[in-house]
Design a protein around this ligand. Structure first.
Ligand SMILES: C[S@@+](CC[C@H](N)C(=O)[O-])C[C@H]1O[C@@H](n2cnc3c(N)ncnc32)[C@H](O)[C@@H]1O
Length: 229
């Protein structure tokens, strides 16, 4: 993990011109993918803990080895922090000791958000730390900004935070969030004194410029919402 990594390169020189069209299509047509049986089982096993939890809930999406999950749990001791990743190999590399108010779980985020939104779960924060950038324009549908699950994830609410080493990824994410919520946000350069995720550490050691973005999902009558278009 300490080997230097190359900065992201792409044929894209700015946000993809078809971003708005894709996001608005997803806003108009809620995603109805069938949820996998194993996700239903994992969600069922997690539900008693979440539903009996009295404090805030935080979601660390694509948490990898869970370094950031542990950092978040220590920063927010009154919160239950769920670190979710689809890679068992990454989750198995979790470094201990791990705070009592954090859990690392194997989940496909797409299934998790569909189930969490249907169950009415609300998060105080949803963290997107260094998601895979998929920099080839033809792979853009794999980026979260272009993903049909994004409106469902928004229904789970919270303050959203993205960190990335590709500025265009953050610009697209901010643009998608703005289209879905009507909220205008800004990116900032990010250079933490102590890295909080394994990829943050690797990119800092490699001298990459890092970016941070934050946006709050608006609530109407206590319910996170997306504007109708
Ligand atoms: C580049 S790594 C970043 C890991 C960690 N957030 C960090 O900063 O060190 C992206 C992670 O997202 C996970 N991931 C990607 N797509 C996912 C999905 N659909 N559901 C769950 N995890 C996913 C990958 O398995 C990987 O561990």
């Amino acid at each position: 993990m300490t080997a230097p990594s190359s900065p992201v390169t792409s044929r894209q020189t700015g946000p993809h011109p078809r971003l708005a069209e894709t996001v608005l299509k997803h806003a108009a047509h809620p995603w109805r993918k069938p949820v996998a049986q194993h996700s239903l089982q994992e969600f069922g096993a997690l539900s008693p803990l979440v539903e009996s939890w009295k404090g805030p809930l935080i979601l660390d999406t694509g948490c990898g080895t869970g370094m950031s999950t542990a950092v978040l749990a220590r920063k927010h001791p009154d919160s239950l922090v769920l670190g979710l990743d689809k890679s068992v190999a990454r989750l198995d590399r979790q470094a201990g000791p791990f705070p009592d108010n954090a859990r690392l779980l194997r989940f496909d985020l797409e299934d998790f958000w569909l189930l969490a939104a249907a169950a009415g779960w609300k998060f105080s924060r949803q963290c997107f730390y260094y998601p895979n950038p998929w920099p080839k324009p033809e792979h853009r549908l794999r980026r979260w900004a272009f993903h049909p699950v994004l409106p469902t994830a928004l229904a789970c609410g919270g303050v959203w935070e993205l960190r990335t080493n590709w500025e265009i990824y953050a610009q697209e994410f901010a643009q998608a969030f703005g289209l879905l919520t009507g909220v205008t946000t800004k990116l900032e350069p990010w250079n933490p004194a102590e890295p909080e995720t394994l990829f943050e550490k690797k990119y800092q050691l490699s001298g990459h410029a890092l970016w941070r973005w934050e946006g709050t999902v608006p609530e109407i009558n206590g319910t996170a919402t997306t504007p109708t278009r």
